[in-house]
Design a protein around this ligand. Structure first.
Ligand SMILES: Nc1ncnc2c1ncn2[C@@H]1O[C@H](COP(=O)(O)OP(=O)(O)OP(=O)(O)O)[C@@H](O)[C@H]1O
Ligand SMILES: [Mg+2]
Length: 446
């Protein structure tokens, strides 16, 4: 009896210890206890799960079987039936699951490589991913790192984007960390790698929040910021202390774009004169200050109330496209936000979209918007974007130009904190006129 109590006591103490370890230091608990237990479970259940998700294949195999054969002859004359066991080689169908590689732990789950059966394609695993996630009771399973004949599955135990609390960090020049990726890593926007960004989403999906995070991250850096806000200036006017230029009407937009095109051409001429391919290879003293241009609700730039605005809209579209085409080499970067950026806004929009290689797609109401932002990259990204819930504003799909995409969430940046950053770093705001120097007219430039 006392032994029994002792065993119970030891078990209870062990359980309490594990519970406390998990609470106090979840990371070490995961790597030491949680992951090994999971790995055993995954290996033990993989055949069953693969079969349920229709990833197995039947293979013909020769098997040695022990068959019961009734004995014919003198021995069978007795009352009971006499059987003899004979060894035979038979051809049987054997269900084979895809071969599983070594499970490798990640901070929020694990990765594992799988060998595809002949005739299977990565899309078969993308289709099965949701079923596998349910079978393993994890938040999500995604297919990443496709190689000939194999794929890597990446399982995430829980959604790390439910709460994103870190501050948007400012780092190297033109790099901002506006939030977190689903794999637990920082979401990094580096304008020198991906110069122009398209940021779409339904109303209240988090577009302006991302713009706030970018503004807050860029404010302490030696860059010039410019804004287009044709929603009457309500979004960007509070950030005016850190903006070198702000256009809130169509007329101002045309003027500001004229300046930008002129500035890009000036920089191009400087580079040409010094035999440089881009501003980063210019001698340090000649290197111009990078300009990041934020456009809130791009549709406003393209919509016309009546025919009289047709010329202005055409000029705007041409100039914006020109900035996008030429800006990347000359350190003029665009972040274009909008609820819908479709061909219905005019032919210029589709051409502009092609130049915006960075894509951020927040929650969308219509499949066309998700398609527009991500459809040219990966259909699975479109499906994931469409599944973003309204309760999690700021959650988005981020795609860079390398074709890979991630679920991510920007950290919440209140308008007040972005305004505060704009005021705190207002001394870094360059004067627009001094920045752009002499500027040729848009008509001659375009
Ligand atoms: N990353 C986030 N984390 C938490 N809450 C967020 C996040 N992003 C946005 N929100 C919340 O969602 C609200 C709407 O966000 P935001 O203003 O950025 O949407 P929007 O897409 O710009 O909408 P609209 O098209 O109407 O301008 C914000 O006021 C904020 O409360
Ligand atoms: Mg907004």
């Amino acid at each position: 009896m006392t032994d029994f109590v002792l065993v119970l006591g030891v078990l209870a103490a062990a359980a309490a210890g594990l519970w406390a370890w998990r609470r106090l230091h979840p990371v070490s608990f995961w790597y030491s206890v949680g992951f090994p237990a999971r790995a055993v479970l995954v290996y033990l259940t993989w055949h069953h799960v693969a079969s349920g998700c229709k990833l197995t294949r039947n293979r013909r195999r020769f098997r040695l079987t022990l068959d019961a054969v009734p004995v014919v002859g003198p021995a069978s004359r007795s009352a009971a039936t006499v059987v003899e066991h004979k060894r035979r080689v038979r051809r049987v169908d054997v269900e084979r699951s895809p071969r599983l590689g070594i499970l490798r732990p990640t901070r929020l789950g694990w990765r594992m490589r799988l060998r595809l059966h002949d005739g299977q394609v990565p899309a078969d695993y993308e289709k099965a991913a949701e079923g596998i996630a349910h079978a393993w009771r994890v938040h999500s399973v995604r297919v990443v790192d496709v190689r000939p004949g194999s794929v890597t599955l990446w399982a995430t135990m829980r959604d790390p984007l439910v709460e994103v609390v870190t501050e948007p960090e400012t780092g190297e020049l033109l790099t901002v960390r506006p939030g977190k990726l689903e794999n637990g890593r920082d979401w990094v926007i580096d304008f020198r790698t991906v110069p122009h960004w398209l940021n779409v989403g339904a109303t209240q999906s988090g577009k302006s929040n991302l713009a706030n995070a970018l503004l807050k991250g860029l404010a302490p850096q030696p860059v010039a910021l410019a804004g287009f806000d044709l929603k009457g200036g309500v979004e960007f006017t509070p950030y005016a202390p850190r903006l070198s230029a702000l256009a809130t009407t169509r007329k101002e937009s045309v003027d500001l774009l004229t300046d930008l095109v002129g500035e890009v051409e000036n920089r191009m001429a400087t580079c040409r004169a010094h035999g440089a391919r881009n501003v980063w290879t210019l001698p340090e003293g000649l290197r111009p200050m990078p300009i990041v241009v934020l456009v809130d609700e791009v549709a406003e730039l393209f919509l016309m109330a009546d025919k009289s605005e047709k010329d202005e809209v055409a000029k705007t579209a041409t100039a914006l496209l020109r900035v996008a085409q030429l800006g990347r080499a000359f350190a003029v970067y665009l972040v274009v936000c909008g609820q819908r950026v479709g061909s219905d806004l005019g032919p210029g929009v589709t051409a502009l979209r092609a130049q915006l290689s960075g894509r951020v797609c927040h929650r969308v109401n219509d499949p066309e918007t998700a398609n527009m932002a991500l459809g040219d990259l990966d259909p699975a990204a479109v499906d994931t974007a469409r599944a973003i819930a309204a309760e999690t504003p700021g959650v988005c799909i981020v795609a860079g130009q390398d074709g890979s995409w991630h679920r991510a969430r920007s950290v919440f940046v209140s308008e007040q904190s972005a305004e505060q950053a704009a005021r705190d770093f207002s001394h870094l705001t360059p004067e627009w006129d001094a920045l752009i120097g002499s500027v040729p007219a848009l008509d001659s430039a375009a």
